[in-house]
Ligand binder design. Sequence first.
Ligand SMILES: Cc1cc2nc3c(=O)[nH]c(=O)nc-3n(C[C@H](O)[C@H](O)[C@H](O)COP(=O)(O)O)c2cc1C
Length: 359
Amino acid sequence: MTHALFTPITLRGLEIRNRIWVPPMCMYSALAEDGVVTPFHLMHYGSFARGGAGAIIVEATGVVPEGRISPRDSGLWNDVQRDALVPIVQLAHDHGAAIGIQLAHAGRKASTHPGWGTDSSGSLGAEEGAWRTVAPSAIPFPGLDVPEALDAAGIDAVVEAFAASAVRAAQAGFDLVEVHAAHGYLLHEFLSPLSNERTDEYGGDLAGRARLLLRVVDAVREAVGEDMPVLVRLSGTDWLEGGLTLEEVGQVGAWLSEHGVDMLDVSSGGNLHPAPIPVGPGYQVPLAAAVKQASGLPTAAVGMIDEPFQAEQVVATGQADVVLLGREMLRDQNFPIRAAKALRFAGHYITPQYERAHS
Ligand SMILES: Cc1cc2nc3c(=O)[nH]c(=O)nc-3n(C[C@H](O)[C@H](O)[C@H](O)COP(=O)(O)O)c2cc1C
């Protein structure tokens, strides 16, 4: 039997113990609305490390206040936020997991209600602390407020904010950073013709639409130095006529490779809804495989990968290099231990305090 899931992978100098990783998942739990993580986050991320995940990617974290999806998102635009993340990084390391953080700007999908604890949806009202959102063009996401189109100075400020947050991520001890360019947030909005109607050098053909993402990636690389792996999450397709296509995303992936990105995390959709998305087990794996082929970069596959043998098959057949399990890891943080048992892999991690679980 193969144990592809439990074969370590190395990105730059970083060896990661297995291929079962946790994707970024917003917890909307910076309850003081200051972008600062709390004891909840320590328990949450620590439980994935204790459960044996290879790498954990901390949730979408705003690089500026106006880049948060909701007021309860975490952020990394100041040093208080950075320092609060340090115990999470240390706990992950204590339990043998690598840990990264997804740096994000929500663009025209910012200033909305958090994902739980409220009956409201859509954009925040003025009395709820709404802020003016920004985007490539003044085209609203359906049901949300009209954003302001970024000017040249605003674009430069976005690049600088990603770089400044990346510096703080490195200072906090994170092993890797992931740039969020998927799901209809700011960098995806620039990539997609559905949301980018600019006529300057940041719009038009694919090279123009990808210009901001490549600038951000260059700035992040300069910020973190040569040793830290940089990942980019892309939507492999908009799933819509006239939207970003898989072929275009493959080309963007090839450019990202030339710009020193180490791995692509391939999700899909999010820039317009409803989109006809064929949701089902492993439905985005073919997108990861195609982007891997086109870009030559290692890829992470995500989306309804819930079973040990299914996950093993994705990696063993080379469709992707790692699997990201989101909701399944929320249901069972010990999935890696369970998968090791199912695949009869004896050398898996058990936290030392739990060693009697082996007997
Ligand atoms: C609660 C929750 C929060 C999420 N937040 C983020 C996020 O912060 N950034 C992101 O790129 N994707 C986010 N996602 C998407 C997941 O990373 C993942 O792509 C998606 O859940 C599909 O994988 P799954 O079927 O294994 O859950 C979120 C998903 C969930 C369930």
